[in-house]
Design a protein around this ligand. Sequence first.
Ligand code: NAP
Length: 302
Amino acid sequence: MPAQLIDGVKLSQQLRADIARRAAELTAQGRQPGLAVIIVGDDPASHVYVRNKVKACGDAGFHSVLEKYEADFAEQALLDRIAALNADPGIHGILVQMPLPRHIDPSKVIEAIATTKDVDGYSVLSAGELVANLPGFRPCTPYGCMKLIETTGIDLRGKHAVVIGRSNTVGKPMALLLLQQNATVTICHSATPDLGYHTRQADVVVAAVGRRNTLTGDMVKPGAVVIDVGINRDDDGKLCGDVDFASVSEVAAHITPVPGGVGPMTITMLLMNTLESAERGLPKNEAQPGQAQGMDPKPGLV
Ligand code: NAP
């Protein structure tokens, strides 16, 4: 039987409706969630991403600030802008779109963002919070993947999860989030000699590589949950993931499509992190149930 689709568009719509409702409540209390997005340079893809993020903010009833700077904007000037936004009480999340021009050190920029506003979850401190299983901002893409896995109803405890890819923004945090849910986690990367050996044992596979057909049907255990993070183009220029959808969907029980799977969830989780950052400032009895002071509804869980 072909795999069931995990519909990221539908889940995003559901989550965004809830986010908008909570944002309206905050706004009524004079605390409208606010996101600042900074972009430096003229990379066309980055400008599209940024526009989508700002539009999503508007749709959810958030306040947003978009700051665009020329490619020769000085590093110090950018750090000064971040310092000003860190101090701005109307801004609950700050996002600097990557990549930055070569003369700007991305780590310096990420670390300049106040941890309380690091809604991308990219800073070393946010990464440490994830490692230590403390409340904090989870990077949006893996956070979204966890929400997608949740919809399948699979109990991750004791299950074998294989993450393909070990980037700081996707693969590694993904593995840690699965580990927090008591999965047994294997991380594969470009030096893994026999990828299929690992993936064939997996109850859950998350592919975050950036190379199409990395995972094919013969590499998947029957009944597995497959999450495709990759964004690639096929020979006809059509968007595709890392997973050979046709062959894998014959074997897996649940699979995300590309497009329409992980993609929409990334911005949704950015909204969620920004909302929760705004909710953090509320006195405990005014925060949403399970959200007081906080991040994840259940500490350590997403
Ligand atoms: P990345 O930084 O380039 O990392 C890719 C990872 O894949 C690396 O760890 C690399 O291993 C590993 N890899 C490369 N070739 C491999 C192979 N043959 N077998 C096993 N592992 C291999 O990319 P990323 O930022 O994590 O993103 C991964 C993909 O997800 C990209 O297509 C990106 O566009 C997409 N993405 C999508 C979203 C979304 O919202 N849908 C968000 C973020 C990223 P080494 O570490 O050994 O080099």
